[in-house]
Design a protein around this ligand. Structure first.
Ligand SMILES: C[S@@+](CC[C@H](N)C(=O)[O-])C[C@H]1O[C@@H](n2cnc3c(N)ncnc32)[C@H](O)[C@@H]1O
Length: 238
């Protein structure tokens, strides 16, 4: 996958891209990342990427001409046509809340572009004419889209072929099905009187499997009953 990130603070992405799963995905060639600095690419003589909001009000707004010319310089096509070639994801708290289904569908794309807002927000015409999908990390407000884009990209990267050593971890984890994952433990078996459940030390694979299945249901019921309700709603479909 080729991922293009358009942002005003590309330096914020340096460290996430150089560590862990994102580093591995880049090293294996599963992921290529292109950082596009909106200041450097700005047509403004002072390399400004933002301006005051029409109608007044606090803060600054990311300019549509800056984002359009950055898209054009990256893809050599009219900015409003980039979204015909790939998803152009605008990171915004007003977007569709990210979930694993969305991550899975984005991971199937060959290329993807992310537009990271900053300041008070982005000119509405970026949303209307340049992006094809608005994505939010959740109901809270970050100062900019860079960290949000890194989070989406890491979630995608771990699904790309060859990136995770053990693909079973993808099958059993939370949101791979309707249930949250069961609790995990590792050595030491006893620490300050905090014990690992006996069943996990028993060597009885059948008991372990049953215990994990029960724990996953209990956990989901306690923390995310909405997931079980959703699953109930889908039963009988098809
Ligand atoms: C301070 S926020 C702007 C919020 C905007 N004034 C509003 O009320 O919707 C600046 C930028 O951070 C990013 N951002 C903030 N919160 C986010 C979230 N929950 N998910 C994704 N991106 C977010 C967006 O790119 C946004 O344009």
């Amino acid at each position: 996958m080729k991922a293009h990130l358009f942002c005003t603070l590309p330096g914020m992405l340096a460290s996430p891209l150089e560590a862990g799963v994102l580093k591995k995905a880049r090293e294996t060639g599963a992921l290529e990342v292109f950082l596009h600095d909106l200041h450097e690419l700005s047509p403004d003589p002072h390399r400004k990427a933002d301006d005051c909001p029409y109608g007044g009000g606090p803060g600054m707004v990311l300019r549509v001409d800056v984002v359009a010319s950055a898209l054009e310089s990256a893809f050599d096509v009219d900015a409003d046509r980039v979204r015909e070639r790939m998803p152009v994801v605008l990171l915004t708290p007003q977007g569709r809340r990210l979930d694993q289904d969305l991550v899975r569908s984005l991971a199937d794309e060959e290329s993807i572009a992310f537009i990271c807002g900053r300041y008070e927000g982005v000119d509405e015409r970026i949303r209307e004419h340049l992006s094809s999908l608005e994505v939010s990390l959740g109901d809270f407000v970050l100062a900019g889209g860079e960290i949000a884009a890194a989070a989406v990209l890491e979630a995608i990267a771990r699904l790309l072929p060859g990136v995770l050593g053990n693909v079973r971890s993808l099958e059993e984890e939370s949101f791979s099905g309707p249930l949250l994952e069961y609790p995990q433990y590792t050595r030491p078996a006893s620490y300050r009187g905090w014990e690992v459940p006996e069943v996990l030390l028993s060597g009885d694979h059948g008991r372990v499997r049953r215990w994990r299945a029960e724990q996953a249901v209990q956990r989901t019921r306690g923390r995310r009953p909405d997931l079980l309700a959703e699953e109930g709603e889908h039963e009988g479909e098809e």
